[in-house]
Design a binder for this molecule. Structure first.
Ligand SMILES: C[S@@+](CC[C@H](N)C(=O)[O-])C[C@H]1O[C@@H](n2cnc3c(N)ncnc32)[C@H](O)[C@@H]1O
Length: 251
């Protein structure tokens, strides 16, 4: 007991402090390492399937990107029955002030519907094709919509600031991201804690869905790819004729 009451000799004090410093560096080192996410890697195959780019991620061949020349196809009337976009956005559980990123927004088919649900918030419409963002801008002017912001992304970066969004949605887009790991990493960093990812893809396990194989994904494959980031698989909504609406949460 007497030892604690006496002032510590300087040398001993210095040694104790440096020990503490080393310990805290070691501990923070462990924390930093634990937060680092290991890249599963990409594989390149000499031969590719018809609509693939010959690059594989976790066993899945990535599809080519749909060019802006086909943007009109995204607005086809039949899509209302096929993809029920209003029901999709109604099922996102958004608050009026939420900030939502629509990644691979295309012509904004979902961005405009989401914008109506977040009048005090906004939609960040991210796409790598400037022509798509131009289409969205023109439609905003025509409809008098002001709470959508176009964001020009890169193939490996959604260009969203960290901790800036409450939700991200990807509709018929993720399967064509040439750098899915980097994209989800960027989205993961941009999500606030508790933020959600809505991932909609045509059901790969259902042969009756009339879409080419590389433009579909199985639920199992999506879960495998999202698990890399420790995202919690919260739910899969199965009310859509052809797609899964999968929900993941950043815990
Ligand atoms: C098939 S369209 C779907 C558009 C929209 N989500 C819809 O449902 O109408 C896919 C879009 O994803 C975009 N895209 C592809 N790779 C991307 C990436 N890495 N980052 C952002 N957008 C990307 C394409 O440019 C294209 O506009």
């Amino acid at each position: 007991m007497a030892l604690f009451r006496q002032p510590l000799p300087r040398k001993l004090l210095a040694r104790a402090l440096s020990g503490l410093l080393i310990l805290s560096i070691a501990i923070s080192g462990v924390v930093v390492r634990a937060q680092e996410i290991e890249h599963p890697g990409y594989e390149v195959a000499p031969e590719r399937r018809t609509t693939g780019i010959g690059k594989f991620y976790m066993g899945r061949e990535i599809s080519f990107v749909m060019g802006h020349q086909a943007a009109e196809w995204l607005n086809r009337p039949g899509r209302i029955q096929e993809e029920m976009p209003d029901e999709v956005v109604a099922n996102m559980g958004l608050d009026p002030d939420h900030v939502v990123a629509d990644i691979g927004a295309g012509s904004g088919y979902f961005s405009f519907r989401i914008a109506r649900l977040v009048p005090e918030g906004k939609v960040l419409a991210v796409d790598i094709q400037p022509e798509m963002l131009q289409l969205i801008k023109a439609q905003m002017a025509e409809d008098g919509v002001s709470n959508i912001e176009g964001v020009l992304g890169q193939v490996d970066d959604p260009n969203l600031p960290p901790g800036s969004i409450d939700a991200a949605i990807m509709v018929d887009a993720y399967h064509e991201f040439s750098h899915p790991f980097e994209m989800i990493n960027g989205i993961f960093q941009a999500l606030r804690p508790g933020g959600r990812i809505f991932l909609l893809e045509y059901r790969g396990e259902d042969a009756s869905v009339p879409i080419r194989p590389l433009h579909k994904m199985t639920e199992e494959q999506v879960v495998r790819e999202m698990s890399v980031f420790g995202l919690e698989w919260t739910d899969t909504l199965n009310f859509l004729p052809w797609q899964h609406m999968m929900i993941f949460t950043k815990t």
